[in-house]
Design a protein around this ligand. Structure first.
Ligand code: GLN
Length: 196
């Protein structure tokens, strides 16, 4: 089982490190051909407009959409969640794979980065340390989307079948539970998802 990490820009090295600590093979993806040899994909945080343009220019966009539609698990974190969103407030969408609407940089300039403990029931009782960096907010989800976590009422983690999106960076704190949860989406039994 190999997981690809989109390595155009942003926090891809930290995700590779987290996956390797979980005992999973992690490969960096920059070219369309490299997408053929992976079982799952992580789209990291960074700058969604930069990553989106590179995806388009390097012709990765159509292949990722096709692979997602045929069931490949994808985990988008922060900018990655923006790239997966079906709707981005006041902007054009990129991959548009998830029935969610996001607002970029939703937490404003003054508190643009912060770390908080977030309750994620599918990961157990222990709260998860979530790092938000100029994070988006998920403003709306469609009926097929499960909300897995909220922070102060705002939606921060969602799953829609084989697609997972977090508005925070799970790769920066050393807590591997969310990466393990993602890996179980294709390595182990598909877990029953509890909405909160
Ligand atoms: N603000 C970035 C964007 O809009 C996302 C930030 C991040 O990924 N940490 O794309």
């Amino acid at each position: 089982m190999r997981t690809g990490i989109l390595a155009m820009q942003g926090a891809f090295r930290e995700h590779a490190e987290a996956l390797r600590k979980c005992g999973c093979e992690a490969v960096e993806i920059r070219k369309p051909t490299e997408l053929q040899f992976i079982d799952a994909l992580i789209i990291p945080g960074g700058e969604s407009t930069v990553i989106g343009k590179l995806l388009r220019d390097y012709r990765l966009m159509e292949i990722i959409i096709a692979k997602a539609n045929s069931g490949m698990p994808i985990f988008g974190t922060c900018a990655g969640a923006i790239l997966l969103a079906g709707k981005i407030e006041a902007e054009r969408r990129w991959l548009g794979l998830m029935d969610i609407e996001v607002r970029r940089n939703a937490y404003g300039r003054q508190i643009d980065s912060f770390e908080v403990e977030v309750d994620i029931p599918v990961l157990g009782k222990e709260p998860f340390p979530a790092v938000f960096i100029r994070a988006p907010r998920i403003e709306r989800v469609g009926p097929g989307v499960n909300v897995l976590a909220r922070h102060k009422g705002g939606i921060v983690l969602v799953r829609q079948g084989n697609l997972l999106a977090a508005t925070f960076h799970p790769e920066l704190t050393g807590d591997l539970r969310l990466h393990r949860y993602f890996l179980e989406m294709f390595c182990g039994e598909r877990k029953k998802v509890v909405s909160v």
